[in-house]
Ligand binder design. Structure first.
Ligand SMILES: *Cc1c(COP(=O)(O)O)cnc(C)c1O
Ligand code: SF4
Length: 435
């Protein structure tokens, strides 16, 4: 079948066929792409994998604005994501037709310098049950357990700034080898303070409903749980999951059952840009999800070249509220992957947040940010001020490993270039306890 015809057939069936390094050259957009952009994608994707689909390519990316188009930046690897000498090295190896093992070795070396497991994910958040480490669960904040089902560790499309990128490249010991629901349930029974389970990935909605159901159903029996959350980008990058897809009605019935069981079901949807809310299909998906009684909460990071502009956020949150979604978190992009390419200084993140927030109605002012998921907790940047003649950041923890620190203002020396928590210094001795 011709690629276009196949794409139409896939859309009708709701099949998400990946566009990746192996087959991107067969898409109609590829031939029209500038040859230096083609080369950059070929070279960088050796290190940082990409995955897209025909919905993203046909409806979300504006090819007339490439390479500046935000959805292109979100989806495709860019030349400047590698250091120049790294790019040249990989480029040369490909040119020479080097042994794939040699190429893989170099790719691994470059990835290793990109902090593949930020925030102590691998070492500090893995709980134990009867002395055994439960991989596939993270329990950092008392009330909420993150659960990574084994079969939900991929996404419909990868984000180039993703902090879970290590999972996608198949480095075994970097993956969260997930446990089953039985162990999750045992763990929750043993930890009655937990009220929320957040099923995450990757994207759990890449799983067939029958599989997702096996993870969700046992949770409905647990009286201690008030909420089940599902972290997903499917409403943005593959809305067919809730509309025309062969499995769409089943997933909505599952949502309906969770709500009827008396629990709050929240889809924590990663929307990066208002364009993702603009298509008929995306809006149809939101209506169908909301018709089950599930709520949609919006959260995502600020990233240079994608959404580092207040107007983009005003539009995102306003449109979200119009469609019935609840703005939840604005994050600072994490210190991993091609961070130099995307990072926005904390001071600038705050300006973007404030510049958007001040134009919003109260219904959209549910959004909190900018927030950094750092090792000790979620650090909220409240702004800057002057203290004893010193310019400082005003900060607080929205979540903390040590719950006693939550919501207590503290201060760090102001620096306009700082991009992450570990670069901040306490303003006074009293503040040192928060670092
Ligand atoms: C953000 C986060 C949560 C959820 O925090 P909420 O403030 O309840 O949304 C839970 N665990 C980890 C590790 C997180 O980063
Ligand atoms: S949707 Fe989330 S987990 Fe998936 S690639 Fe994007 S940031 Fe990563």
């Amino acid at each position: 079948m011709r690629p276009e015809r196949r794409a139409d057939a896939d859309s009708r069936a709701g099949r998400c066929r990946a566009v990746n390094r192996a087959n991107v050259a067969a898409t109609p957009q590829w031939a029209a792409l500038d040859s230096s952009l083609q080369r950059a994608i070929e070279v960088v994707s050796v290190v940082l994998p990409f995955r897209s689909n025909r919905y993203v390519m046909d409806q979300l990316i504006d090819w007339d604005r490439v390479p500046d188009d935000p959805m292109f930046q979100l989806t495709f690897p860019q030349g400047d994501m590698l250091y120049e000498e790294e790019f040249d090295e990989v480029d040369r190896l490909l040119e020479q037709g080097a042994d794939p093992r040699r190429v893989a070795e170099i790719a691994d070396r470059i990835r290793a310098r990109m902090n593949p497991q930020p925030g102590g994910q691998k070492t500090h958040n893995v709980p134990t049950l009867d002395g055994r480490r439960l991989h596939g669960i993270q329990h950092k904040y008392r009330e909420t357990v993150l659960f990574f089902p084994k079969r939900g560790q991929t996404c419909h499309a990868y984000c180039t700034y993703c902090f879970r990128w290590a999972q996608f490249i198949g480095v075994k010991d970097l993956r969260f080898a997930a446990i089953g629901t039985d162990e999750l349930v045992s763990y929750l029974r043993r930890n009655p303070d937990v009220t929320d389970v957040l099923i995450t990935g990757g994207d759990p909605l890449t799983m067939k409903t029958a599989v997702l159901e096996r993870y969700v159903e046992p949770l409905l029996q647990l009286g201690q749980l008030s909420s089940i959350r599902i972290g997903t980008k499917a409403p943005a990058t593959w809305p067919h999951r809730f509309t025309t897809g062969s499995d769409a009605d089943d997933v909505l019935r599952l949502f309906d059952r969770v709500v009827c069981s008396g629990k709050h079901l929240a889809l924590m949807v990663h929307y990066s840009h208002p364009i993702e809310l603009s298509t008929d299909l995306a809006r149809h998906a939101i209506r169908r999800i909301r018709s089950t009684g599930a709520t949609i909460r919006m959260q995502n990071p600020v990233a240079r070249r994608i959404n580092d502009d207040s107007a983009v956020w005003t539009d995102l949150w306003r449109t979200g509220v119009r469609l019935g979604c609840v703005p939840y978190y604005m994050f600072v992009a994490r210190d991993t992957g091609p961070r130099n390419y995307f990072e926005v200084p904390l001071a600038r993140c705050w300006e973007i947040y404030q510049g958007a927030y001040r134009h919003l109605s109260g219904l959209a002012r549910t959004v909190r940010g900018p927030s950094m998921s750092a090792f000790p907790g979620k650090v909220h940047i409240l702004g800057t001020t002057c203290m004893d003649g010193m310019e400082v950041f005003v900060l607080e923890y929205l979540q903390a490993r040590d719950a006693a620190l939550v919501r207590r203002p503290f201060f760090a020396r102001f620096d306009p270039d700082v991009t992450w928590f570990d670069q901040l210094e306490p303003a006074t001795e009293r503040d040192a306890a928060f670092f």
